[in-house]
Design a protein around this ligand. Structure first.
Ligand SMILES: [Fe+2]
Length: 365
């Protein structure tokens, strides 16, 4: 008997392309196809690193049009890649709330809340990326009728509270000294490109960072920014993280954990990125970000299993802050002093191509 994969079955019936790769060089260049369920154009993204805990899709809203209303039993984060528009959200017994967005906006759709997206311009399409927990929920219930047609209102998460999408938020305090330096709980970030970040001492000291918690949900995100001529420390963790480059340019090196600090026996996978690129480090692979451009690199990371509020099923590999703590102290991060010298040789070679100066001397005296 052939075993059923409900999520794969669902992808087939959606009738739009599915991209399966380690990365996508430019989300704005991905060809999209008509998508009957949504009423726009779309393509699914199933990167290798998603590991079944998260998926992604691209969607385009034609000029002057609205998508079909949707409701689903899985969490979703949305980032606007281009255009301007608005979204309405409502649940049974609550008021309909609408908020406007534009390129750079990031927001969450509360679990099983009805919602509808509108393009606010008649001359340009809107393109956005959605990150969802659909693979997990579909594989858990194996019933698409339940996923798309349940009336349950998760009122402890959202029941139509006024101002829910107003961009207000709370700074969350934590005693964990390895946690992100700024943790912001909100449901709507108007512009990730201008959101105020703070210095992050745990990743070398030259980067700025902020972490987001959304809609009482299980998905989270963070932004990190670091100047050209610098690179972050390598680390590893479980599957699901998707990194979208918002600005700057550079590359990623990735290799399996079992190959060790020096990637013994394997060639590191190198992925070049620029604005609009997305990549996802596979489960239990080391990965390391390198910024080679004249502008600082800004990466927006989406997480399927890194909520501060809810502990995930299975191992979360040292918790939310594990990837920011040295391997030598029970964490998942390689210190510069312990890394393979080939890492910095290649970086210097790459900087030679862009003409950006090396700013890492203080770490290698
Ligand atoms: Fe990571």
């Amino acid at each position: 008997m052939e075993r059923i994969n409900t999520y794969e079955m669902f992808l087939e019936q959606e009738g739009i392309p599915v991209i399966r790769d380690y990365s996508i060089p430019d989300l704005m260049e991905v060809p999209l196809k008509p998508w009957a369920r949504k009423g726009g154009l779309g393509a699914y993204i199933n990167l290798v690193g998603a590991g079944g805990v998260i998926d992604a899709y691209l969607c385009e809203i034609p000029p002057g049009k609205a998508l079909e209303p949707q409701k689903h039993m899985f969490d979703e984060l949305i980032y606007i890649l281009s255009g301007y528009g608005a979204t309405s959200v409502w649940v049974k017994g609550g008021p309909k709330q609408s908020f406007e967005w534009h390129e750079g906006s990031l927001f969450a759709i509360p679990l099983n809340a009805s919602h509808q997206h509108f393009n606010g311009r008649s001359d340009k399409p809107v393109r956005y990326i959605g990150l969802t927990k659909a693979p997990v929920f579909m594989t858990l219930f194996n019933d698409l009728e339940y996923i798309f047609n349940s009336d349950h209102v998760f009122s402890s998460r959202y029941s139509g509270e006024e101002g829910y999408f107003s961009a207000k938020g709370n700074l969350i305090k934590t005693d964990d000294k390895f946690a992100n330096p700024k943790i912001w709980e909100s449901n709507f970030v108007p512009d990730c490109n201008t959101f105020t970040l703070v210095n992050d001492p745990k990743r070398g000291g030259f980067s700025n960072n902020a972490h987001f918690e959304f809609a009482g949900g299980i998905m989270s995100a963070h932004i990190s920014e670091f100047p050209g001529g610098t690179y972050m420390k390598a680390h590893w963790h479980g599957p699901g993280a998707h990194l979208l480059c918002l600005s700057g340019e550079g590359y990623e090196l990735m290799w399996p954990l079992e190959s060790g600090l020096t990637a013994k026996g394997v060639e590191r996978l190198k992925i070049d990125w620029k604005k609009g690129s997305i990549f996802s480090p596979p489960d239990r692979w080391f990965h390391q970000h390198f910024s080679t451009g004249k502008e600082p690199t800004k990466l927006l990371a989406f997480h399927g299993t890194r909520s501060l509020k809810y502990k995930p099923l299975g191992s979360d590999y040292g918790g939310v802050a594990g990837a920011r703590k040295s391997i030598k102290h029970g964490g998942l991060q390689i210190e510069y002093a312990d890394e393979d010298p080939e890492i910095r040789r290649l970086f210097q070679e790459e900087l030679g191509k862009t003409g950006v100066s090396w700013k890492m001397s203080k770490f290698f005296s």
